[in-house]
Design a protein around this ligand. Structure first.
Ligand code: NCD
Length: 310
């Protein structure tokens, strides 16, 4: 198996690869808690954050991860609305090559844009979310968060709930969790369900109470109105009534079930604040913390491969 130079998707990754990344990320989580850094690892290397879409958590955690490993980090924000996709991406690639960038973190509203860039730049490319396709580091950080609490991924049942059709987070998580032996249920209205879900071996529920029955993990997703080309949900209030997570619904899951959300949250639309902020049940803050550790692990692995390729 040839080691990958880029991280573009979870689809196609093997359990040992995922397991090794999670083990390394676990060691970075401990290092981060101890307050130590590893500033010599990527010293002299350049990391460029190229974001064509808004981001808070993902961009800042890649920035922090790069800095903790000693890389020079540059943030480039590009307004997605003002770019002519093909041309600008290729122009951008040429610019980045001229700058001798080593690690390129890309977020784009078009699925496949990071893969296209990866063909044109010398840098290692990391997909930080492309359209409705994938968001691999989010799935890795979710897996690390679950594994730290539950000690394993295999044998767990995870319900992914809400706007699944538009969610790159859901797609990456579906690939990762099923590859690592977890059972995945998709819970949401038919209008927000991706086509062919059952073919992937996933259980689909349109009734939230039934979908949450006995699950170990409840993963909530944001209603992504910006990606909807037509009205797929009647109203936020209606959506919450049928698919919002509150304490009564959560009671359907296992008594020790844990709640996750990749952020940004729409409180009162897909999740009730009392559940989101309950330290006994919610892993949402820990997900953000693990985001830095996972991104350090990814930059470490791809940065070293990059050095060997020079
Ligand atoms: C997600 C994204 O951008 O895909 N956010 C994130 O990276 N934590 C999910 C979302 O936007 O709802």
């Amino acid at each position: 198996m040839q080691p990958q130079r880029h991280l573009l998707a979870i689809e196609g990754m093997y359990p040992p690869e995922i397991g090794q990344l999670l083990d390394l990320a676990e060691s970075y989580a401990l290092l981060n808690r101890s307050g130590k850094t590893q500033r010599d690892l990527l010293r002299g290397r350049t990391l460029i954050n190229l974001f064509f879409e808004d981001s808070t958590r993902t961009r800042t955690s890649f920035e922090l991860a790069g800095k903790r490993l000693g890389a020079d980090v540059i943030n480039m924000s590009v307004s997605a609305s003002s770019v002519n996709k093909g041309e600008t991406l290729l122009d951008t690639a040429a610019t980045l090559n001229a700058m001798q960038c080593d690690l390129l973190v890309v977020r784009h509203d078009q699925s496949g844009a990071p893969a296209l860039l990866a063909q044109k730049v010398d840098a290692a490319v990391i997909n930080a979310g492309d359209g409705t396709h994938e968001h691999p580091t989010q799935a890795l950080l979710d897996a690390l968060t679950i594994r730290r609490r539950r000690g394993r991924l295999d044998g767990l049942t995870v319900a992914i709930c809400g706007d699944i059709a538009h969610s790159r987070v859901a797609r990456s998580n579906i690939y990762l969790l099923t590859t690592m032996g977890a059972a995945v249920r998709l819970v949401g209205p038919p209008t927000l369900m991706p086509a062919g879900a059952e073919r992937l071996g996933l259980q689909v529920f349109h009734d939230m109470d039934a979908g949450l029955e006995g699950v170990d993990i409840v993963m909530m997703l944001r209603l992504q109105r910006e990606r909807m080309t037509r009205g797929l949900v009647p109203s936020a209030r209606e959506f919450f009534r049928f698919y919002g997570l509150d304490a009564a619904r959560l009671a359907r899951a296992r008594p020790d079930a844990l709640v996750m959300h990749p952020g940004p949250m729409n409180r009162g639309v897909e999740i009730d604040s009392a559940v989101a902020d309950d330290p006994a049940r919610s892993l949402i803050r820990e997900q953000v913390e693990m985001g830095v550790a996972v991104r350090m692990a990814v930059l470490d692995v791809l940065g070293r491969r990059q050095i060997r390729n020079v």
